[in-house]
Design a protein around this ligand. Structure first.
Ligand code: ARG
Length: 585
């Protein structure tokens, strides 16, 4: 499908060429185009240029205006203030551009990035044999949304779910299972809930034994050594924990309406074999040094208490490897084998120091360089409605599943209240889409680095910046289109537009630019803000401009077209974020 140049880009191009025709030395200068309340666009760049050339900005602006041909694209341009340009776009250009987008249902005319790279994105990384909690929610939701947006721009993305499936804690679990076989059911025989309850039972029992029985403790310690040396029987028992946990993870991801590919679940254990080599390479290059028997990396700017340097520990004095060695080995794999150009980690901001040290080490080793960059999208904490870290009334961490169930239940109340003609099955389906959408949207609409309050009342509210509000806008449009029956949407570029139609149309045209910006900045909240504005602009258009009762058949067709184009943009944008838009609500 043919891609469409956005009105912003077209106007920008015209301005830039008028500018360089006026002042050849200004060729390539940015006219700094912004959307504005005073006109469709405002260009601010002339001020800086005039300053540089020591000329009068208003005069320079007037010269540029004289070189702009008004017509098909620009209807009007005038100098304002100290030397801004206010630009009004022709109605015909707005409708025409949207019509071209409408013809491309798949991408709405948004071009693909021709210089796209490969991003390996590390997200949704729970830990084996442990319950997922609210902290795991953000990584999954943000990671999935970033991936949707990046894919849409043409970037190739590869997911890596770096699950915690390795370490000394498995000694205790495996030894217990060895002594009590049959405590974990075969994965095909359990659902997520049963799997987790089995794992919890085994965990509690083995922990109790470990704390009470010195001899068991010793056997568990030996089991760690057996696991690390690749003992076959030990690995088989370990695999049972991983398989049982995956049943549980997958049930939660399914509830989250998220597709997780099995081949992308590559946990810490996968890097076990490569860790000695990572250590050897770092030591040979002199990046890591021996200190009190351990192999460590020091940093000038990372110091702890008493101004003592805090090192990254690649290998412990007892020869063991930990979290840092597995991340460094994973990094090498992603660069060498997956050919990543960008490494993106969606991990709690509390691990930012770990990643700072891992990245700096990798840079010194040359694994990261000008061709490969790494970025930790560190996200903030989920707070309760009281503004404190989210806990149950008993002070325990909140189970992710309970939280999701409650959101769906709340959503069911809202759905039931609104739509009296839905069957129970329909209510259940919509409630899941509304409830899970609400959780995702609330998470995505705050800047990821900030903490946010998990407030279900606010999340499923029909007024305000919520996914339900957007889903209703979408469903309302579908109902209008159904009512229109035989009358189909049809763009009429020759028609003059109402102010509210212009505002909606200009915003619709900016969808692709917005997705590109949000993807480049890893800022899903920029896309949610765009979609929310889209829904409010639609609401005011619908208030002011009768659609089915418009004056002429041409106008009815054109307004239906604006409705449909809004719906398509809403569903596309929400879809990139992993949120569904039901046809009826
Ligand atoms: N499993 C870890 C946790 O629950 C997160 C893993 C993050 N990814 C990584 N490459 N270190 O805290």
């Amino acid at each position: 499908m043919a891609s469409v140049t956005s009105l912003t880009d077209s106007v920008q191009q015209q301005l830039a060429s008028a500018l360089s025709a006026t002042r050849p030395e200004a060729a390539g200068a940015d006219p700094l185009l912004r959307r504005s309340d005073r006109a469709d666009f405002q260009a601010n760049g002339i001020l800086a240029l005039a300053k540089k050339a020591k000329s009068n900005p208003r005069e320079l602006a007037a010269e540029v205006v004289a070189r702009i041909t008004t017509g098909d694209l620009i209807k009007d341009v005038e100098v304002s203030g100290p030397g801004f340009l206010n630009i009004t776009v022709a109605d015909r250009a707005i409708t025409g551009n949207l019509a071209a987008r409408y013809a491309d249902d798949e991408r709405l005319g948004v071009p693909l990035n021709e210089n796209a790279g490969i991003t390996v994105i590390d997200y949704a990384q729970p830990n084996v044999a442990k319950e997922m909690h609210v902290g795991h929610l953000r990584s999954a939701v943000i990671g999935d949304a970033l991936r949707g947006m990046l894919d849409f721009t043409g970037e190739k993305t590869i997911g890596r779910h770096h699950i915690g499936d390795w370490g000394t804690q498995f000694g205790m679990l495996i030894q217990y299972l060895f002594e009590h076989p049959g405590e974990l059911a075969p994965p095909e025989e359990v659902d997520g809930e049963q799997a987790m309850s089995n794992l919890n039972r085994v965990y509690k029992a083995s922990r109790a034994l470990f704390d009470a029985d010195e001899e068991f403790k010793e056997r568990a310690r030996k089991r760690v050594v057996a696991l690390q040396s690749g003992d076959k029987e030990t690995l088989e028992l370990w695999q049972q924990f991983v398989d049982e946990s995956k049943v549980y993870f997958n049930s939660v991801f399914e509830k989250l309406d998220m597709e997780i590919r099995d081949e992308e679940i590559v946990g810490e254990s996968a890097y076990n074999e490569g860790m000695p080599e990572t250590a050897r390479l770092l030591e040979e290059m002199g990046v890591a040094v021996r200190s009190e028997g351990a192999l460590v990396v020091f940093f000038d700017d990372i110091r702890g208490k008493d101004d003592q340097p805090v090192p990254l520990i690649v290998q412990k004095a007892d020869g063991g490897f930990g979290y840092a060695a597995s991340d460094l080995t994973a990094l090498r794999n992603r660069v060498d084998e997956l050919h990543a150009t960008t490494l993106l980690y969606v991990v709690d901001v509390r691990q930012s120091l770990h990643f700072k040290m891992v990245f700096e080490t990798a840079r010194r080793a040359g694994w990261l360089n000008e061709d490969v960059t790494a970025h930790n999208m560190g996200y903030g904490t989920v707070l309760g409605a009281d503004g404190k870290p989210f806990k149950t009334r008993e002070g325990e961490t909140v189970r992710l599943e309970d939280l999701l169930d409650e959101a769906v239940q709340r959503a069911a109340e809202v759905v039931r209240e609104k739509a009296r003609d839905l069957t129970e099955d329909e209510i259940r389906e919509r409630a899941a889409q509304v409830g899970i959408g609400a959780v995702k949207y609330a998470d995505l609409s705050t800047s990821p680095s900030r903490d946010y309050k998990f407030d279900l009342d606010q999340m499923v509210s029909l007024n305000g910046d919520t996914s339900v509000y957007l889903q209703y806008a979408y469903a309302r449009i579908q109902s209008i289109l159904r009512k229109a029956g035989e009358v189909r949407p049809a763009a009429r570029p020759e028609l003059e537009l109402h102010e509210a139609e212009r505002a909606l149309g200009l915003h619709l045209d900016a969808f692709g630019d917005t997705v590109f910006e949000a993807a480049a900045e890893y800022a899903p909240h920029k896309l949610t803000a765009y979609l929310y504005r889209l829904a409010t602009l639609f609401t005011s258009f619908y208030d002011k401009c009768p659609v089915l009762k418009a004056d002429t058949p041409e106008q009815v067709g054109n307004r239906l077209f604006l409705c449909d184009m809004t719906a398509r943009t809403l569903t596309k944008g929400m879809g990139l974020l992993g949120i569904r838009t039901p046809e009826r609500l």
